[in-house]
Design a protein around this ligand. Structure first.
Ligand SMILES: [Zn+2]
Length: 459
């Protein structure tokens, strides 16, 4: 690529997104919520949703700002502060019922005041009542605030339920800066994951031209929104977890913009790649520390380190990919089914994953075309990937500065298990990236062995 990168402004990103109309992050801005409501909603009252912690941190101030401006608060639903709130579907049922009990609820605006979980619960409940809603984020902890869809625990299994993104978001700098440090470092990890999401997208573009399943071409606009300002945003937000207002503003804005790129693209391709696949595996296993679930962003952080190590090893040699493992040969459909079925044998995701793994299994001819495409364009692809990656050692320093977990043990995983997670991560989605590419070249197990032997990766 030549010339200056086009970094779309927040206003341009909002214009590209079709659900969210306004995103404000600044100091003492809750008193602007009344004017935002009047500008973007037609309503007669609001309904506040929070938990005990976020009510204290922001809810009371929001309520005062609303009442002072003559806005009717038709009801509120405050989840207990303890134990930590989970995104369970039963909570949505309760919220939907409470919203339905509001007289003329069609004219009420739900306002979700909280971090990822409160927002996801409020988002889905508002959607079920067909109401546009306003989000007051209390931590820069995920990119999901501006995303459509809500990650909800249903039948003991985390699923993304469809729903519309918030129409408006209003975040106060002091509230974000005052959030627990682990929430800001989670957001930082979720933002850093976009480095790998970009590398996977580059791989996906080449694989798509060679006919691979689940491989998407790069959409330049969504790419520009997510990638072009990324390194600058990461550098500016390193001190977010230390309560630095400027840094947390930058982090929140960057996460918000990546969510807007999803709204524009209508898929998660621009914001999540193989690093999120690692985290999805641990999510399904309810990875916790002393009974407290590890945050999305912290799982993604270790996924980002693992995926960076994997990608660096794959692209290490200027001449071509690592050699195929001695035991590798392309499996038949039934062999693959046995393998994938065994890997997910006690999982609720079993049937879905088996289906996907078979759908994306290339035949001999497809596999050869994909292999040739990468070998024939190796220098060009390798150059693009190495430009996109932040080298492992630098990435680790960046994450360390931001207070993120740095080794698997920090999130209650062990090193070998983390490396082995790559196998299941590769099976579970139709979203082409480095794991699929390494698999089709036969080098997958070679890479895992090299990761295991490494003195630096995941140590
Ligand atoms: Zn994420």
């Amino acid at each position: 690529m030549s010339g200056k990168k086009n970094i779309p402004s927040l206003a341009e990103c909002l214009a590209a997104a079709d659900e969210t109309k306004a995103l404000r992050v600044q100091k003492n801005c809750f008193n602007t919520i009344p004017e935002i409501l009047k500008e973007y909603f037609s309503f007669s009252s609001v309904f506040l949703v929070a938990d005990g912690n976020t009510w204290d941190a922001a809810g009371k101030t929001v309520e005062t700002a609303l009442l002072d401006n003559g806005i009717a608060v038709a009801g509120k639903y405050i989840f207990p502060a303890e134990p930590r709130l989970h995104a369970e579907y039963d909570h949505i049922k309760a919220l939907v019922e409470a919203l339905g009990a509001v007289p003329s609820f069609k004219e009420t605006v739900p306002i979700a005041i909280g971090a990822g979980t409160v927002n996801d619960l409020g988002k889905r409940a508002a959607f079920e009542k067909e109401l546009p809603y306003l989000c007051v984020p209390t931590a820069a902890s995920v990119d999901g605030y501006t995303a459509f869809g809500a990650a909800i625990l249903m039948d003991g299994f985390k699923q993304t339920l469809p729903c519309t993104a918030p129409r408006c978001l209003v975040a106060d700098t002091d509230v974000l800066a005052g959030a627990p440090a682990y929430l800001s470092s989670s957001g930082f990890g979720d933002l850093a994951s976009k480095i790998i999401a970009g590398a996977d997208w580059i791989i996906s573009e080449y694989a798509g031209k060679a006919g691979a399943v689940g491989a998407d071409p790069i959409d330049q606009k969504a790419w520009d929104m997510t990638q072009n300002g990324l390194m600058d945003y990461l550098e500016r937000s390193v001190t977010a977890a230390k309560g630095d207002g400027e840094a947390v503003n930058a982090l929140f804005e960057a996460l918000g913009i990546t969510g807007l790129s999803m709204q524009f693209l209508k898929t998660s391709r621009s914001v999540s790649g193989s690093e999120h696949l690692f985290s999805h595996v641990w999510e399904m296993e309810d990875l916790s520390i002393n009974g407290v679930p590890v945050t999305h962003g912290h799982k993604v952080t270790i996924g980002t380190l693992a995926a960076t190590a994997f990608t660096e090893i794959f692209f290490a040699d200027p001449e071509g990919p690592p050699p195929a493992h001695k035991n590798f040969r392309l499996p038949t459909g039934s062999e693959r089914m046995v393998e994938v079925s065994g890997a997910f044998k006690n999982s609720r995701a079993h049937d879905g994953v088996v289906k996907i793994a078979l759908e994306k299994l290339p035949d001999e001819k497809n596999a050869r075309i994909i292999n040739d495409a990468f070998r024939n364009n190796w220098k060009e692809i390798r150059k693009r990937i190495l430009e996109q990656l932040v080298p492992y050692s630098e990435l680790k320093k960046l994450l360390a500065g931001a207070g993120c977990p740095l080794i698997p043990e920090d999130i209650n995983l062990n090193r070998n298990y983390t490396i082995a997670t790559a196998r299941r991560a590769q099976m579970m989605r139709n979203k082409y990236g480095i794991l699929d590419l390494a698999w089709v070249t036969g080098a997958f197990e070679t890479i895992l062995s090299r990761m295991e032997e490494s003195e630096t990766y995941l140590r």
